[in-house]
Design a protein around this ligand. Structure first.
Ligand SMILES: NC(=O)c1ccc[n+]([C@@H]2O[C@H](COP(=O)([O-])OP(=O)(O)OC[C@H]3O[C@@H](n4cnc5c(N)ncnc54)[C@H](OP(=O)(O)O)[C@@H]3O)[C@@H](O)[C@H]2O)c1
Length: 242
């Protein structure tokens, strides 16, 4: 049997780490994008599963880093079945309304990671995903990227970068769906993760619970008529308008 192989970006902590653990439990071989080598949890998980979990240095905001990661994977595997674009950032500077000074450098950083990051990763890993029978590209987006249901009076850089990510996925879908690729654009719910710099105590879900919902959706094969329409779904299965 062919080994199922996944790559996950932003896997050090939060949802990315929980997705790694969840896939390992299901017997997948996982390449985990490591952005914070000083953070110990991913290393501990790799020590427990040395044959199935491989750490790869990966900064999605750097073409050099993404290319080096793709080269390093190509040296050990001939395909990637499931690519999970999970890395994402927010910034306290995003909480300012238009009546406060905007931090455009921070907005650029958010765009670079949240929107362009996934594009860099898909581009670099295409030779490996092309060789998979599954060819599944997953994108952890957010309800914050929905223009139709926009309700915030601030968060410019975060909401705009997630809307831009959704547009990037739409363009990828137009080109790659006819080549056999399948897509998952996903809002994972409000999770107790580290987006604010420290673990949130307030949100609805632990990342481990969120990862179970996410993997159930990422791994499920859908009928072709459903695969042929790009949708954003949340952790409860609801479709979100763009
Ligand atoms: N938390 C929520 O409630 C929520 C809701 C909707 C959507 N999301 C989305 O869910 C995804 C996962 O977020 P999370 O909540 O698990 O947050 P998290 O705990 O902060 O995990 C995200 C990971 O990505 C890393 N990262 C940052 N910049 C990176 C880069 N340039 N390259 C690679 N990795 C990088 C982060 O490192 P640093 O900690 O050093 O930044 C962190 O380890 C994100 O796309 C986020 O936008 C989260």
């Amino acid at each position: 049997m062919n080994q199922n192989i996944a790559l996950i970006t932003g896997a050090d902590r939060g949802l990315g780490l929980a997705l790694c653990a969840g896939l390992l439990e299901k017997g997948w071989r996982v390449f985990a994008g490591q952005y914070m080598p000083e953070w110990p949890e991913l290393g501990r998980l790799a020590a427990r599963q040395p044959d199935l979990l491989h750490l790869v240095a990966l900064d999605v905001s750097s073409v050099d880093s993404v290319s080096a990661a793709a080269r390093s994977l190509a040296a050990t595997t001939d395909h990637v079945d499931l690519l999970i674009n999970n890395a994402g950032v927010i910034s306290p500077a995003m909480y300012r309304t238009i009546r406060e000074p905007q931090d455009y450098a921070e907005m650029h950083r958010l765009f670079d990671v949240n929107a362009l990051g996934a594009l860099r990763v898909v581009e670099a890993f295409l030779p490996l995903t092309d060789r998979s029978a599954m060819k599944r590209l997953c994108f952890v987006s957010s309800e914050a990227g929905s223009i139709t249901r926009s309700h915030r009076e601030a968060w410019f850089g975060y909401c705009m970068s997630k809307a831009a990510l959704n547009m990037a996925v739409s363009i990828l879908f137009n080109h790659l769906r006819p080549q056999g690729y399948t897509f998952r654009v996903y809002h994972p719910g409000w999770m107790r993760t580290y987006m604010s710099g420290q673990k949130s105590a307030e949100a609805d879900m632990e990342p481990e619970e969120a990862a179970e919902y996410a993997l159930a959706y990422f791994l499920r094969d859908l009928p072709a008529e459903q695969e042929n329409r790009l949708v954003m779904r949340d952790w409860q299965g609801n479709e979100w308008p763009w």
